[in-house]
Design a protein around this ligand. Sequence first.
Ligand code: 5GP
Ligand code: ZN
Length: 115
Amino acid sequence: MSDCIFCKIAAGEIPAQKVFEDDSVIAFKDLSPKAPVHVLIVPKKHVQSVAHFTADDKDLAAHIFVDVVPKLATELGVADGGFRLVMNTGDDGGQTVNHLHVHLLGGRKMTWPPG
Ligand code: 5GP
Ligand code: ZN
């Protein structure tokens, strides 16, 4: 989408501190980190949220969770100590950027429940 900030980051039109990129996914540091490790894992394809995934996205979803998350958690040094994945979805879910993204947060002890 032309006015979508994460589409622009994926296209290289807006700079970001990239930590991973392949054909279908980009991951970069959150602009406003909430933990020592805070990266956003983003499909290059514009999908509004996890609620908008379709059957066509099965490979993409599996790629994010089977390939990219474990790889990044290891590379960022949080795989052993633990980390949190967050997908804020829709208004009640607190989603502020309407392009699907997985927050990977780590490097500190998380609390529960979230606010
Ligand atoms: P949400 O609130 O939708 O779950 O998460 C959006 C996240 O994107 C927020 O944590 C926010 O800090 C981050 N963010 C918003 N705009 C930018 C940007 O231009 N660059 C980067 N790196 N992160 C951004
Ligand atoms: Zn987008």
